[in-house]
Design a protein around this ligand. Structure first.
Ligand SMILES: C[S@@+](CC[C@H](N)C(=O)[O-])C[C@H]1O[C@@H](n2cnc3c(N)ncnc32)[C@H](O)[C@@H]1O
Length: 277
């Protein structure tokens, strides 16, 4: 689906589609998106296989994260009038989840232009209409100003919103990633929520070294939130977020009964929920 014109990171969205559409674990977790199969590619299957060979929890953690985020996105949609999905890839929950498609909240999906145009084309070719309240907002999060892109797409920076970023943060450049967490960068009003997952320094360094040996280049940006849950929470508080919860995916996997494989880098993949005071 992805042509790799943005440096290749887009293809990681294809790999997640492969997991969700093909993994028996996805069925066990009752992950059923009616549209995922439209985005299946051989490149996605190949990348998923390679990623699993480098990271034993790749499948388990990505799927349990998706199940967890699905619930959180439904809750956000029930509570907020606007939901922003950063690095949306081929995630189609804004079309499939009743709470998101109902039209009560507006949804803004950001990703590289080629990802969003491929997504629009595939859905259109298959007769899938986009809900009235859904906007695709082309944006390179490493180079463009997401706040002004959102404003141009009709996002209301004076009203609280929920911003969600799943499986994206660790691909961004360290400084850009840190800047994206500044509430002003997206135009988040007081009372807004931010939910995303992030890696510790140890996980980022270890996986970059493995990828480097395999492909000759790094894939992940420097981790800007330190090396553990407490450091990450403190960094978010310094940016003005209160009510910050940081939970490792190891724990969430246990809660879902999907912890057959222990992460060799324990508690290094964090899920962060924060609210702006
Ligand atoms: C692993 S995929 C996750 C996709 C989706 N959130 C999901 O869970 O299925 C990472 C996504 O982040 C997007 N991404 C990575 N770096 C980006 C950047 N600098 N600007 C915009 N999108 C980016 C990729 O194009 C890709 O769609």
């Amino acid at each position: 689906m992805s042509d790799g014109s943005g440096g290749g990171v887009q293809i990681t969205a294809d790999a997640l589609i492969h997991l969700r559409a093909r993994s028996p674990l996805a069925r066990r977790l009752a992950i059923e998106s009616p549209y995922d199969r439209l985005f299946l590619t051989e490149a996605g299957a190949g990348l998923a296989k390679m990623a699993l060979s480098l990271d034993p929890v790749y499948e388990q953690f990505n799927l349990v994260r998706y199940a967890w985020f699905t619930r959180r996105m439904s809750q956000h949609a029930a509570r907020y009038g606007q939901v922003v999905v950063l690095g949306a890839g081929y995630d189609t929950r804004s079309i499939a989840l009743p709470e998101l498609r109902a039209g009560k909240c507006r949804v803004f999906e950001l990703d590289y232009p080629d990802v969003l145009s491929a997504k629009r084309r595939v859905l259109g070719d298959n007769g899938v209409a986009l809900p009235e309240g859904l906007r695709y907002v082309p944006c390179d999060l490493n180079a463009d100003d997401p706040g002004s892109r959102l404003a141009a797409a009709g996002f209301d920076a004076s009203a609280p919103a929920a911003a969600v970023m799943e499986g994206v943060f660790f691909f961004l450049g360290g400084e850009r990633a840190a800047a994206l967490l500044e509430p002003a960068s997206l135009g988040l009003a007081r009372g807004s929520a931010l939910t995303f997952d992030a890696w510790t320094e140890t996980r980022t360094r270890t996986l970059n070294e493995k990828i480097m040996r395999k492909t000759g280049h790094r894939l992940f940006g420097d981790a800007p939130l330190g090396d553990g849950a407490e450091e990450a929470a403190a960094a978010l508080r310094r940016k003005g977020y209160g009510d910050v919860t940081v939970v490792a995916l190891d724990e969430i996997a246990r809660q879902y009964g999907v912890d057959a494989i222990a992460d060799p880098m324990r508690n290094s993949w964090l899920v962060i929920d924060a609210r702006l005071d």
